[in-house]
Design a binder for this molecule. Sequence first.
Ligand code: HAM
Length: 422
Amino acid sequence: MSTFTAPKGIPEYYPPRSADFLAVRDTLADAARRAGYGYIELPLFEDTGLFARGVGESTDVVSKEMYTFADQGGRSITLRPEGTAGVIRSVIEHGLDRGQLPLKLYYSGAFFRYERPQAGRYRQLQQLGVEAIGVDDPALDAEVIAVADEGYRRLGITGHRIELTSLGDADCRPEYRAKLLEFLRGLPLDEPTRQRAELNPLRVLDDKRPEVREMLADAPLMADHLSAASKEHYERVKTHLSDLGVAFTENPWLVRGLDYYTKTTFEFVHDGLGAQSGIGGGGRYDGLMAELGGAELSGIGFGLGLDRTLLACEAEGVTPAGQSRCEVYCVPLGEAARRHLVRVSGDLRKSGTRVEVAYGGKGLKGAMKSADRSGARFALVVGERDLESGTAQLKDLSSGEQRTVALDGAADEVRAALEASP
Ligand code: HAM
């Protein structure tokens, strides 16, 4: 008989690792919520045209990596490769920008890119993202970057760095683009790279091949060609970041893989991950909303890769879910004891204690092994003799100390013991 396997290049999270995955997502979401971002839940697929127009036809994401198909009604739909275009579509459709600005939203979930799978690069990837729409203030750029940094710090990650640059605005980018293209046309580039240069010269700056890097050494950089307004904006972002105590490195070679970016752009890089070192990235996209048919409103946001952030935690030996393990493991020996301990476990869970019970008539030895493996601090054991005397044995699993408690008051005893040994 044939068996099924998951589609290629999709990470699945199951216990115990899934607890760390959830903790990564929730910790990053919490950083966003604390800064006033409200949750938005969006469709996993959209009209194909939204991404073609929003993300850019010349990007790898749109030209090579989209999961696009016709639905039963013959519409071309695409599994979302990223979150920003969908957020802006929803904001325009529901008029969310008519309220107080900036409109601050966060989202999380799966995104789909037909990339060549490898460690840290998946076809179904998970992100936690934020978007702040409608206010073009450098302090907001700094806030967005600081929220991500704070989320990573709360997870316990320290090995990440922030790379920052400015990609300019509509006043200076076209002129710079022409200058760069002229420079690239003078280089002995191979045909595909030459074509890429004609389509979007900035993308060539991202070429990782040493022979191309060498040729690019004297390439003009956007950072040296910023308009006065873009330059001032960038300087102020840097000042606010310093005031917030957020360290960053300027990287004028930074090119993001999506076309909508303007002005501030950044990436979070972690060196413990090998080639796929970008654990998150984002930037400003001041023309996107108008491009998608909405008002002339600015925006800035980030997308943090949850899969890669989890890998970064693991590379640093950080376990984000460490604190959410089982606290008490109940071991009933025999049918009558089971009834008592199932009742006690219900009582404890109602008051918020994390409890597990040895089911299936496990013997004492097997059950105590499971108790150790569960990470619980205490085991609560009830045997036949305990039943006769109306007692239970409360065992501290780290010290091995054991004492007899009344079965009636067992739940209270457990709560008190947990409180006494935080
Ligand atoms: P992005 O840089 O394409 O930006 O993706 C953000 C993050 O998602 C990356 O830094 C990476 O951690 C993760 N990621 C991307 N592709 C993969 C993959 N194939 N496998 C695993 N992880 C991956 C965006 O998507 C923008 N929408 C972010 C943004 C929001 N900019 C402004 N607002």
